[in-house]
Design a protein around this ligand. Structure first.
Ligand SMILES: [Zn+2]
Length: 98
């Protein structure tokens, strides 16, 4: 059940890179405000870490990103996932269908 603080963070699909950038920015703002907190992903495997390190070292973004957040007020969780090449992806309130 959404609370007043995170009610506006509804599930939606990104149509393009602008939508992706907007969602990342909003998530960062809400994290700064203390409403959202990042949920740590399980430790990457060694192979995945090396692939990520080499892509960051070359200045390239990973092709896909996936971040998870939790609302500090009501405990709802969210997933931001996207393909950074096309901008396709979405913001999902976990347990809610698009
Ligand atoms: Zn909330």
């Amino acid at each position: 059940m959404a609370c007043d603080e995170c009610r506006a963070l509804s599930t939606h699909a990104f149509r393009n890179a602008d939508d992706l950038v907007h969602a990342v920015r909003l998530a960062a703002e809400e994290t700064d405000r203390g409403v959202l907190s990042r949920i740590a992903e399980p430790a990457l495997t060694q192979a995945a870490r090396e692939a990520l390190d080499s892509s960051l070292a070359s200045g390239a973004l990973p092709n896909t990103i996936r971040y998870r957040f939790r609302c500090e007020i009501c405990g709802d969780t969210f997933t931001l996932h996207a393909d950074t090449r096309s901008g396709e992806g979405g913001w999902t309130r976990d347990g809610e269908s698009p």
